[in-house]
Design a protein around this ligand. Structure first.
Ligand code: FPP
Length: 240
């Protein structure tokens, strides 16, 4: 069993949790370097942490989690590192798919993932197809994803629509077409930037930055982040 085993922390108001949590998982490389290890061990540990945090979010009955796994800019990295990340993604999907189907968890991918190695594209399509009717929880991976790239691809699709396009129509052309905007975006490792992530969708997201490197970001850290979220007053442009 992969999901459904964590403790739900005291102190959290279970009626005031975000619907969609998105995570910019940063600091894998520095986590490894600090331990005298090659960077790929940081990605491996980061992948283990995806499993841990996903379990916790599932148990908390949060509806959607998005992980920023590979950006349109990450192609600049050495091939060996890119291959490590892709191998981890392949392995994650392969080993978790049956459990996801069993637990009614949908898996989805956003980004221009059709540009990835063919076997990954096929694997993603199969995973999406097998979980398309699952409704309890959505695990969404941003792979070869960039907010600007997503917006540009949507604009190009919109050229075929006659007349003035509505925001609803435009949103239906984004990769996130069936996914609500992230309520809460967490970025680990102390960097305070958005790095081309969900530029359109983050209009009213709440942000949380922590110095902790992603592989060390624990369930306790998640609890702290969620407690911070619960103290926010989201006004969406209104006065209260
Ligand atoms: C950022 O840390 C992390 C990434 C670019 C890759 C994230 C990928 C994984 C956690 C593994 C993928 C597995 C799945 C299942 C999606 P960094 O390398 O930029 O760290 P640094 O800033 O310390 O160098």
């Amino acid at each position: 069993m992969v999901l459904g085993k964590t403790k739900i922390y005291r102190g959290l108001d279970l009626n005031k949790l975000p619907n969609h949590v998105a995570i910019i998982m940063d600091g894998n490389g520095r986590w490894a370097t600090k331990r005298g290890l090659p960077r790929k061990f940081g990605h491996k540990a980061g992948c283990e942490n995806i499993k841990r945090i996903t379990r916790n979010l599932f148990d908390l009955k949060i509806k959607i989690v998005t992980y920023f796994a590979f950006s349109t800019e990450n192609w600049k990295r050495p091939k060996e590192e890119i291959d490590t990340i892709f191998d981890l993604i392949r392995d994650y999907v392969k080993t978790n798919l049956d459990d996801f189907v069993k637990k009614d968890v949908k898996i989805n991918f956003v980004g221009n993932y059709t540009k990835l190695p063919k076997d990954i594209v096929a694997q993603f399509e199969q995973a999406k197809e097998r979980t398309k009717n699952c409704k309890s929880f959505l695990v969404n991976f941003a792979v070869n994803y960039g907010g600007r790239d997503e917006i540009l691809r949507a604009v190009n699709k919109a050229k075929n629509i006659e007349g003035e396009i509505t925001s609803k129509q435009f949103e239906s052309l984004l990769d996130t077409k069936d996914i609500s905007d992230p309520d809460f975006i967490i970025r680990t490792s102390g960097e305070m930037r958005v790095s081309n992530f969900m530029l359109y969708q983050m209009a009213y997201s709440e942000f949380y930055f922590t110095n902790t490197y992603w592989p060390s970001f624990s369930n306790r850290d998640l609890q702290k982040a969620l407690l911070s979220y619960q103290k926010r007053n989201r006004r969406f442009g209104n006065i209260k």
